[in-house]
Ligand binder design. Structure first.
Ligand code: 5AD
Ligand code: SF4
Length: 477
């Protein structure tokens, strides 16, 4: 029956909007039986991409008539949007699923869906089939746009539905999105990754790099601006290679210039930049616009050329340092943050010394330090020189301390200055205060109320608490 209907649609968006309506009818019946709204809860694991995907899931759910709840235990429908970049992300999902098992036993009508990167791994699907038979719906990264249709089927069919695609060329536009924040939003500019760093599972679970058409991106950002959004974060695994393969190929810096022209958008961030593709043109464009935030996330991964080569990063210790110092020189107030992996196969004390040397030379404003996690199917997992846990224990703390010392020193430099701050929320611990973000991504807490949320104000950074500030508002911008 559904096949007949599908012939009526001119595109996938129409098809999914149709299923949102169908799901809505199903939920109305349920509501009548329950005497209340049907509730849902989405839990996000992992990166900003996943956070954005979860906003898409929620957009579909809310449009279909679900009521969002914070209460995972009692929600009628729970969705885990998973991550698999490191094994501990997988373990967390299994842990949470284990906890849900007994809850589902007590309430067999409760529905559970799993999606995201972890679902793209065959071994995960096998394990879920075998040990987590109570899960109702499993789908992957490539067919998230089909969520409404899959949900509808979940309610109609009753069997465990597994729909995982190996790849897709499709980018489905204009489906509903439910933003977490009214004043800021992520915007996908590309999907997937072609870099195949040897430790990384992302290219296998997110597929080949595909850029979104710049016209669609600008249209989305204009719509967001009309909706009151002031800050956008352009999202891609490697934004510096944006545009490749598009019919009207434009570079990432050219795209940034277009985004700068959108009226109402006052701040632009982007993530992530691969050092091998960062161009002088990008530095020029960043310099030329106040709208582009003074923050660059530039993952180093390792400071040793030997390890970088084994990681297939395609830059050297020297070329990374040269690039980072050039950026610091050209844009003096910029914050440079990074990702660092400790314990890659073959790593020695000398390699860690190189990493520490780069952290000190560039003086990162912050860095995520990760323990290397062996991901099945990646080239590094097959390397026969895996390092011991003891090596990691010894050297991780050295790296972390160096990162923290540099981050503190960088943060203290700004004490006493007055900076523009986008107010994000009421302070978690003191409701007479608000929390806002500087252009360089650091956080400041200061006296204020909820009327300030979403506004950009001047704040004097009175006291630096190493990784954040206490300040006072000096006035509107
Ligand atoms: N082990 C540890 N860290 C990893 N990352 C990616 N893959 C792995 C892995 N197998 C880190 C990288 C990347 C960040 C998003 O996650 O530092 O930049
Ligand atoms: Fe993974 Fe490397 Fe792609 Fe980043 S650039 S997602 S680390 S393969």
């Amino acid at each position: 029956m559904e096949k007949e209907h599908s012939d009526l649609f001119t595109n996938e968006t129409e098809r999914q909007l149709y299923y949102i309506e169908k799901l809505n009818a199903v939920l109305k019946e349920k509501e009548a039986l329950l005497g209340r709204k049907v509730t849902c809860h989405v839990t996000t694991f992992g990166c900003q991409m996943n956070a954005r995907d979860s906003e898409k899931l929620l957009g579909i759910l809310k449009n279909a008539g679900f009521l969002e709840t914070d209460d995972e235990e009692n929600a009628d429908f729970v969705i885990f949007n998973t991550c698999t970049v490191r094994d501990n992300a997988n373990q967390r999902v299994y842990g949470r699923l284990g906890a849900l098992k007994s809850i589902v036993k007590k309430n067999p009508d409760k529905k559970i869906a799993l999606c995201g990167c972890m679902m793209q791994e065959n071994s995960v699907i096998e394990k879920l089939r075998k040990s987590y038979g109570f899960v109702n719906l499993i789908f992957g990264t490539h067919n998230l746009f089909k969520f409404a249709e899959l949900c509808y089927r979940m309610y109609e069919e009753g069997e465990m539905i597994i729909d995982i695609w190996d790849k897709t060329d499709e980018i489905v536009e204009d489906l509903p999105v439910e933003r977490k924040y009214s004043f800021k939003s992520g915007v996908n500019i590309m999907f997937g990754c072609n870099n195949f760093c040897t430790y990384c599972i992302v290219p296998y679970v997110r597929g080949r790099e595909r850029s979104r058409n710049s016209i669609e991106i600008i249209r989305e950002i204009e719509k967001l601006a009309k909706d009151g959004v002031k800050e956008v974060m352009l999202l891609g695994q490697n934004v510096n290679s944006y545009g490749k393969g598009l019919e009207n190929e434009i570079s990432f810096p050219e795209l940034l210039k277009e985004v700068c022209k959108v009226e109402g958008i006052e701040r632009i961030r982007f993530m992530t930049s691969h050092p091998k593709d960062l161009s002088d043109e990008l530095i020029e464009v960043m310099k030329s616009s106040d709208k582009i935030c003074r923050h660059l996330h530039l993952p180093l991964q390792s400071g040793s050329t030997k390890i970088l080569t084994a990681m297939n990063r395609r830059y050297t210790k020297e070329s990374y340092v040269e690039l980072a110092l050039k950026i610091r020189n050209e844009i003096p107030d910029i914050a440079i943050t990074s990702d660092i992996i400790v314990g890659f196969p073959g790593e020695t004390k000398e390699d860690i010394d190189d990493t520490i040397d780069v952290i000190n030379t560039v003086s990162f404003d912050g860095a995520f330090t990760f323990v290397y996690s062996k991901r099945t199917g990646t080239p590094a997992a097959g390397m026969d020189n895996q390092v011991s846990e003891e090596f990691v224990r010894t050297h991780f703390d050295r790296v972390l301390k160096t990162v923290q010392d540099n981050a503190k020193a960088q943060a203290h430099k700004k004490t006493g200055r007055t900076e523009k701050v986008l107010v994000e929320e009421i302070n978690e611990h003191d409701s007479s205060m608000v929390t806002g973000r500087l252009s360089n991504n650091l956080i400041v807490h200061f006296k204020g109320d909820k009327s300030l949320i979403g506004t950009i104000v001047n704040v004097k950074l009175n006291e630096c608490k190493d990784f954040y500030y206490y300040g006072e508002m000096i006035g509107d911008c």
